[in-house]
Design a protein around this ligand. Structure first.
Ligand SMILES: [Zn+2]
Length: 269
């Protein structure tokens, strides 16, 4: 019992030290138990493994559009954060942009910054502004450390369930990999990220809007894209649709953030 109390006290103090951080742009407080470098190395390892089986698209025009939008958005974001003295928000993130040959209507971003679009989503994204909506949303997940937060929540729920010394081990890098793969389903034959919570999805929508605004993309295309998505009768549920509120709610939420997105955009022009 004493060991258990000691362990919980130790964990609580660890959590308190690491918990003090807030999400970029929204300021929401959250708890992160993993360092950026731990997450980056797990992310890089899983991504490299995934890309050994994924087929890179040979559609040069579409791949070039993904690359251009990705570079423009991340360059503008880096410049913006530098101007605010907040470059540390990008620690552990190295952006890359890939188009993969796969019919699924999907796109995702690994916590380490590796953005992957599937060919199947491209018919819905026929302009750079529409690509920027999805790119902004995906990049927002990485910037907001949603992956780290999800892993931290899972680690803590294991603590509550088990209350044994094993849980401490779970935070070591060896077991961190198991937790990471459980959280992201990477390495599975489908190679996609498990759905984020609705809260994370809504937050990625909001931050994504600010990010595309910073890069000078047309933010009015965000609701246009979600309308298109809802009309698309795909059987597959993509990462960014899976746990979402209805499209009507989503579009209403986006409208709420348009003014702030325009204000943020005006700061960089
Ligand atoms: Zn998402």
């Amino acid at each position: 019992m004493r060991r258990t109390i000691g362990f919980l006290a130790c964990l609580a103090s660890v959590a308190l030290v690491i918990a003090c951080s807030s999400v970029a742009f929204t300021g929401r407080n959250r708890m992160l138990l993993y360092s950026d470098s731990e997450i980056a190395s797990l992310s890089n390892e899983s991504y490299n493994e995934m890309m050994t089986t994924a087929k890179v698209s040979d559609n040069k025009a579409q791949a070039a559009m993904i690359q251009e939008v990705g570079e423009r958005i991340t360059t503008a974001l880096t410049k913006y954060l530098a101007s605010k003295g907040e470059l540390s928000l990008l620690e552990g993130i190295n952006w890359s942009f890939r188009l993969v040959s796969d019919d699924q209507v999907n796109a995702f971003c690994m916590p380490g910054g590796q953005v992957v679009f599937y060919e199947g989503i491209m018919p819905l994204l026929d302009t750079p502004d529409l690509v920027a909506v999805v790119m902004g949303h995906e990049i927002a997940h990485a910037l907001a450390r949603h992956g780290n937060e999800r892993m931290s929540q899972q680690a803590l729920s294991s603590v509550v369930g088990a209350v044994t010394g094993q849980v401490v081990e779970q935070k070591t890098s060896q077991n961190g990999r198991i937790l990471f793969e459980a959280a992201f389903a990477v390495g599975s034959e489908y190679c996609y990220l498990l759905p984020y919570s609705r809260k994370h999805e809504s937050e990625a929508d909001e931050i994504g809007l600010y990010i595309m605004a910073i890069a000078g993309y047309d933010i009015t295309q965000a609701p246009v894209l979600w309308k298109r998505m809802s009309q698309n009768n795909s059987q597959y549920v993509p990462e960014f649709m899976s746990t979402h509120p209805s499209d009507a709610t989503r579009i209403k939420n986006l409208e709420k953030h348009m003014d702030r997105a325009r204000k943020i955009a005006s700061e960089v022009q």
